[in-house]
Design a binder for this molecule. Structure first.
Ligand code: SF4
Ligand code: SF4
Length: 455
């Protein structure tokens, strides 16, 4: 029986190895053409993001089948965004290395620009959290998912900043991608769950210049690897190779995979912020917060200030669509989202700290965070994919798929995320049930909060 199990495992390894070689061979053969892919995706983005911004808003009768603006919105927010996050599970950060025009434009600019070394403040790990929080809240306030002008402002604006950063810093490297892109840290932390990694070949120690400043001679983490294939040169000693692995494997081995406290804190915060972005639109708590703020400003005699609206580039202001935000809305949304972020991050911190203290191996709280913090990745990721994929799911019902099928599919995804997190907790707790309890409770908390939004 044991011999048979070993044989099956060896067969699986061999199959994975040959599949990895085929994938690697394909990308190596075409890596000189990646720039063409970047140009094509850039042109697509220009059409999908640029054109609708100069079209009138669609009327209520319009559908994505007869209105380009709604069609573009569906492709960007209903297909591209959810699939981008889902793709991390199967392909890691392939989007970043092969498709993303923003990162490529930033790198191109950095080859032509001042080539300054990024200053120390910019290389702080928390900068990425600030960037993510700022862009996410700003996106909510300007209605990035609902209004083409806001989509252009956020996606086009970040691209311009990426190019500017590239022009000033880097000298051919991607300072924007490594330290500033709001998407980068989320894709990075989730890529640790993915099936693809770029691993050092046994015994190698050669360093290749990496666009995202990864030390390829010592690399053990997937987080900052954008899968550009530049360090993959099988004919050379010291090359990195593409490897396929079991989902979640890197997190299971996180102790020797360069765990990073800021990544964990980012995961906790991003989970809370994403929940806040969905909840403010449906929660009675948000309405109460807004009224309470209104009362405070009325007492201060400032209601006329916060009761006015601002320009479209700063907040939703579309009277023709019946939606106009006031400064009061902007403040309430910001406070609500930041509170949600802090509350969820604190709750997950408490559960993680408890697991560290309970664990019999005598971990410090910091070591506990580094070991157990990544456990919540799957439940957060798959719930986010369902949340972002609502437009896609709604469209499939319009195409004739029954509501019941869609809900079952969503539920299956949702359950998979929760169970995967619990499984990771089991693996990392090394079967210690007591350690698993707080980690599972943290998972249940995240799942319960997402359940309230999704179902
Ligand atoms: S880090 Fe951001 S800008 Fe860079 S390639 Fe990835 S998504 Fe694009
Ligand atoms: S580690 Fe290699 S594949 Fe990954 S980003 Fe750096 S050079 Fe590219």
């Amino acid at each position: 029986m044991e011999t048979r199990t070993i044989q099956v495992t060896e067969e699986k390894k061999a199959l994975r190895g040959s599949l990895a070689e085929t994938i690697e061979g394909f990308f190596l053969k075409h890596r000189d053409r990646f720039w063409k892919v970047h140009v094509v995706v850039l042109l697509l983005m220009v059409v999908l993001i640029g054109v609708p911004a100069f079209m009138p808003l669609p009327d209520e009768e319009a559908s994505l089948f007869d209105d380009f603006s709604l069609f573009a919105n569906f492709i960007i927010w209903g297909v591209w965004f959810p699939l981008l996050f889902l793709s991390v599970i199967f392909a890691g950060r392939l989007w970043c290395g092969v498709f993303c025009p923003q990162g490529a434009a930033s790198e191109y600019a950095s080859k032509k620009g001042f080539a300054l070394a990024p200053p120390r403040w910019l290389r702080r790990d928390w900068i990425a959290i600030v960037s993510f929080v700022a862009v996410t809240i700003f996106g909510q306030v300007v209605g990035v998912r609902d209004y083409p002008l806001a989509t252009l402002e956020v996606l086009g604006g970040t691209t311009l900043v990426a190019v500017l950063v590239g022009y000033i810093y880097g000298g051919g490297r991607r300072v924007w991608c490594r330290y500033l892109c709001p998407m980068g840290p989320l894709l990075g932390v989730l890529s640790r769950l993915g099936a693809v990694s770029f691993e050092r070949a046994a015994g190698s120690a050669k360093g290749y210049p990496c666009p995202t400043f990864v030390n390829t001679a010592t690399k053990t983490s997937s987080a900052n690897c954008i899968e550009c294939f530049r360090c993959v040169n099988p004919e050379e000693r010291g090359t990195l190779r593409v490897r396929l692995r079991r989902l979640g494997r890197e997190v299971e081995e996180i102790e020797r995979r360069e765990p990073n406290l800021w990544e964990v804190l980012f995961l906790f915060s991003a989970t809370g912020l994403a929940l806040g972005a969905f909840y403010w639109q449906i929660s009675p708590l948000y309405i109460r917060l807004k009224h309470a703020l209104g009362d405070i400003f009325m007492d201060l005699g400032l209601l006329h200030v916060v009761g006015s609206s601002g320009p479209r580039w700063l907040m939703v202001n579309y009277p023709e669509a019946g939606e106009v935000f006031l400064w009061l809305d902007v403040m309430a949304i910001t406070i609500f989202m930041v509170t949600s972020m802090v509350a969820v991050a604190l709750a997950l911190s408490v559960f993680t700290a408890l697991a560290s203290l309970i664990d019999r191996r005598g971990l410090s709280v910091k070591d506990g965070f580094l070991r157990f913090g990544y456990v919540y990745g799957p439940v957060a990721l798959l719930s986010l994919v369902i949340g972002l994929g609502q437009i896609l799911f709604q469209t499939t019902t319009a195409l004739g798929v029954t509501q019941q099928v869609v809900k079952s599919l969503e539920m299956a995804f949702f359950a998979a995320g929760g169970l995967w997190s619990v499984y990771l907790a089991y693996r990392l707790a090394k079967g210690n049930m007591l350690t698993m309890v707080p980690l599972s409770l943290g998972t249940v908390l995240v799942a319960a909060l997402w359940y309230g939004v999704l179902f």
